[in-house]
Design a protein around this ligand. Structure first.
Ligand code: F6R
Length: 265
């Protein structure tokens, strides 16, 4: 697991965008992106959108798969992830809507929708780079603590902590759904690159447990320790719980050019 510590959220967005661009250029026009919702990747999406608008990046033939969707919201709800992905990813990055997929949390048979999602990811050739955030309780996607490390796309009951964290997007806590349809930890591990972004002190404990704690279902993000190409990009505040930052910074300074992550150094 590679950990890149950036001075601030703007540098996190730049470094994470550089990693997405590197993979997109390596793979070619039909790159398959895995996209997270929530606040963490918004700066990254804005940097990518600027690159697209400036002609430096063309994602018009790219494909995207969202990590998750709430179960229980009416279709078209502004906070449904289908809508959030449309507003924050599909439109600004000029992706073709037909190639942007979100798990169908509105389906009558959500279990079947989960299986269909796995099939669609496979049919697209798998995810080249999966963008991730981390919950304050260590979740990735909506894989809450205790999720099987081998889990596939399925429904999950949200913890109260996650519902409280996400209540800022809704008028009240009662409106936050109790369930979601999420890529599993096994699904996320299958992505060829994993890129996790975290900013702010509120994420420090989760980041430390994910990076330096034991690999455990109790901290779902720690499954990335078993991923061959996982990059964690954090700002100083989100890195503040890490113990081995001296080594991380040393490794970052001594990274050979061919292994460069980020564009700020
Ligand atoms: C979003 C997702 C979640 C979030 C996490 C962090 O699709 O799967 O795991 O990445 O809850 O959310 P933010 O970035 O809002 O702090």
């Amino acid at each position: 697991m590679e950990v890149v510590i950036c001075p601030d959220p703007a540098a996190v967005a730049q470094a994470a965008a550089a990693e997405v661009v590197r993979v997109a250029r390596e793979v070619g026009p039909s790159v398959v992106l895995g996209v997270a919702t929530g606040s963490s990747p918004l700066g990254l999406y804005r940097v990518l959108a600027d690159l697209v608008d400036g002609g430096g990046l063309d994602l018009s033939d790219a494909c995207a798969f969202a990590l998750d969707e709430y179960v229980g919201l009416p279709q078209g709800h502004p906070e449904s992830y289908a809508e959030v992905v449309r507003r924050t990813v599909t439109e600004p990055l000029h992706l073709s809507p037909a190639r942007v997929h979100v798990p169908n949390g509105f389906a009558e048979d959500v279990a079947a929708a989960g299986e269909a999602y796995e099939t669609a990811i496979l049919a697209a050739g798998g995810i080249d780079i999966q963008i991730l955030g981390i919950g304050t309780n260590g979740h990735i996607g909506f894989n809450e603590p205790g999720s099987s490390l081998a889990s596939r796309t399925r429904t999950e009951t949200l913890t109260q902590r996650t519902r409280q964290d996400n209540a800022r997007f809704f008028a009240s806590l009662d409106e936050v759904p109790t369930r979601a349809l999420t890529q599993g930890l096994g699904t996320i591990l299958d992505a060829r690159h994993a890129l996790l972004i975290a900013q702010g002190e509120g994420k420090a404990e989760a980041v430390a447990a994910m990076v330096e704690g034991p690999l455990s279902a109790a901290v779902p993000g720690s499954v990335l320790q078993a991923h061959a190409h996982a990059t964690v990009v954090v700002d100083e505040a989100a890195a503040s719980g890490l113990r081995r930052t001296g080594y991380r910074r040393w490794a970052d300074l001594n990274r050979p050019d061919w292994q460069a992550v980020g564009i700020t150094r």
